[in-house]
Design a protein around this ligand. Structure first.
Ligand code: IPE
Ligand code: IPE
Ligand code: MG
Length: 246
């Protein structure tokens, strides 16, 4: 199997999963949150090098207060419960997104854990929280403009390579480019996720809602990815020749 280096997952469909069973939406978030651990384990086992999980978007702030408070509680629980296992597995976990918008209470949980896992060299696990790709790109433009004003950069320095260094995914360096994006729940849209980073990604849209997505489904997605022909703008014969020389 051809293993993608960077997999990004839009974990969607918690609310519908619950509603279809006659439960309140938050039940879906509770069940969905239990799916993260086995998935991270499987990604690690398969040798995926970076895994980015879309947990909360900049638009999700518009959700009802009651739903938001459950999401924050679950998130906090995930960090506290999983820290030991992530550390043991040498997983480097970081949050990407506008963390300054999170409450001091959540920050006081996330910040020290992120710091303690920062020296790990195994799977790079990114949790996209209060993340929006337009915010990512407009923030990058702001940071670059400021560096120009401060005399650290000149406008002509900007390049596709340099742009990468201003994005929230900068620390992933050459792993920033996403190879495979998976979205659950049957929706066929990107919802403001990693627009720059997924420029040449393969996309798989699963009909399963996130609480039903298990490690075996991740493996099935990787198998489908393995069969895809990635051409990066070239012709099929050019890319198959390049493969022969590898
Ligand atoms: C994904 O599930 C979780 C978050 C966006 C936080 P949803 O809550 O979007 O579930 P649906 O899409 O309404 O079913
Ligand atoms: C995308 O799901 C964000 C996450 C999964 C965290 P949404 O449910 O917010 O996306 P839309 O609103 O259906 O596009
Ligand atoms: Mg949704």
């Amino acid at each position: 199997m051809k293993i993608p280096r960077h997999v990004a997952i839009i974990m969607d469909g918690n609310g519908r999963w619950a509603e279809r069973r006659g439960y309140p939406r938050v039940f879906g978030h509770i069940r969905g949150s239990t799916r993260v651990k086995p998935l991270v384990r499987e990604a690690d086992r398969l040798g995926i090098r970076a895994l980015t999980l879309y947990a909360f978007s900049t638009e999700n702030w518009l959700r009802p207060e009651g739903e938001l408070s459950v999401l924050w509680r679950l998130l906090k629980k995930y960090f506290v419960k999983e820290f030991q296992e992530l550390q043991k597995k040498n997983i480097r976990m970081r949050v990407i997104g506008e963390i300054e918008r999170l409450s001091p209470e959540i920050r006081s949980v996330i910040d020290p854990i992120q710091e303690r896992l920062s020296g790990n060299t195994g799977l790079q696990l990114n949790l996209a929280i209060s993340y929006g790709s337009r915010r990512d790109l407009s923030r990058a433009a702001k940071l670059f403009a400021q560096d120009c004003v401060d005399g650290k950069r000149r406008p002509e320095d900007m390049s596709e390579q340099l742009m990468r260094e201003y994005l929230w995914t900068a620390e992933l360096a050459e792993l920033s480019d996403v190879d495979l994006v998976i979205r659950t729940s049957g929706e066929v849209r990107v919802s403001n996720f990693l627009l720059w980073q997924s420029a040449y990604a393969e996309f798989i849209f699963s009909e399963l809602c996130w609480p039903d997505f298990k490690p075996e489904h991740l493996r099935a997605c990787i198998e489908e990815y393995s069969g895809r022909d990635r051409r990066f703008g070239q012709t099929a014969s050019q890319t198959s020749q390049a493969k022969e020389f590898q």
